[in-house]
Design a binder for this molecule. Sequence first.
Ligand SMILES: [Zn+2]
Ligand SMILES: [Zn+2]
Length: 147
Amino acid sequence: MRNARKCRVVMYPPHRLTFKPAGVSGNMLKEIALTVDEYEAIRLADYEELEHEEAAAKMNISRPTFTRLIKKARHNVAIFLIECRRLEINGGNFHFKSDLVRCQDCGAYFYQDIHNRTTKCRECGSENIISLAEELGHGDCCRENNE
Ligand SMILES: [Zn+2]
Ligand SMILES: [Zn+2]
């Protein structure tokens, strides 16, 4: 039997992993990291505007844990804005529930079930697509976790 304490759940990967002030070369800027589970906390509480209770349930964590997570997440985003840093989304303790796929030819994004892997773009049929879950080093682990 696997670890009884189930992993944090993130619904799907972020569309983009790097954000920076316009007009400044990225490598001139100090980095600030936002973990994927911190990103998810902001998405649920501040974008979807869910109550912390509900957001915590979606992520499979307790409400106090969610409160600590969102506090850390907001602080990191504040550092990004105030100190004009380069924000990199990576790391964190979680698995994805669904995947987000980007077509490298037409730029379309589409969501897909983590178990049901697509090989072609739904918009243009190109096979030049990337799984953003896999880009973050996930995929197989999430499929296992969702079994
Ligand atoms: Zn396409
Ligand atoms: Zn995973």
